[in-house]
Design a protein around this ligand. Structure first.
Ligand SMILES: [Zn+2]
Ligand SMILES: [Zn+2]
Length: 198
């Protein structure tokens, strides 16, 4: 992989790449991002490689069946926002970027691809403000919310890739549930507080 990326540097100029390894059975992520997307790429790396594998209970189990249904590498195109306003998309077979298509042909196997709009995800607020952890600082809650939301949208789009016949409401209800559980776990672990409406 490092050799591949070095050879492509000229062709990929203007964007940077980062390869992320996470838990066993989870696909590698090849993140492609603009120069000012460094912080968002680092946040996604922390979320996918550390936060998600460390989650104990219900949140992670929601996606147990996802990993075996995905190819070994998923390309993630990071953008600040999408012209259509969506938080992310999955790219069905045949609609992948040149990066994903070239990677697939060099590796000789399938590569899946999604995109994530990190500034839109940052300002997305799926839970009412009343459910924020009591007493936690705004900045620390904001950081956790961004991490949980990045994971929720990533997993949502990955589920579309893995199970193309599943309906949007089914996939959406799972990703909302994941977001809720992930926030509860992260707030308890990192801030030592209860999250949610008592
Ligand atoms: Zn869209
Ligand atoms: Zn969807």
């Amino acid at each position: 992989m490092p050799g591949l990326l070095a050879r492509w540097r000229q062709w990929l100029r203007g964007r940077k790449q980062k390869l992320i390894r996470a838990g066993e059975n989870m696909p590698l992520l090849l993140i492609s991002y603009p120069r000012d997307g460094e912080a968002a790429a680092a946040e996604l790396e922390t979320a996918y490689a550390h936060t998600l594998p460390a989650m104990g209970g219900q949140a992670r189990r929601l996606y147990d069946s996802l990993w075996p249904a995905l190819p070994a590498i998923v390309v993630v195109q990071l953008r600040p926002s999408n012209p259509c306003g969506c938080l992310g998309h999955h790219h069905p077979p045949g609609s992948e970027s040149r990066l994903a298509r070239r990677l697939a042909s060099e590796l000789g196997h399938a590569v899946a691809e999604i995109d994530l709009a990190y500034e839109s995800i940052r300002s997305w607020c799926p839970e009412p403000l009343s459910s924020l952890a009591v007493g936690a600082g705004a900045a620390e809650m904001e950081a956790l919310r961004f991490r949980a939301a990045l994971l929720a949208v990533l997993l949502h789009e990955m589920e579309h890739l893995a199970f193309p016949d599943r309906s949007e409401p089914e996939i959406r209800s799972r990703s909302r549930e994941f977001y809720r559980q992930a926030m509860a776990e992260m707030v308890a672990q990192e801030l030592g507080r209860d999250y949610g409406i008592a």
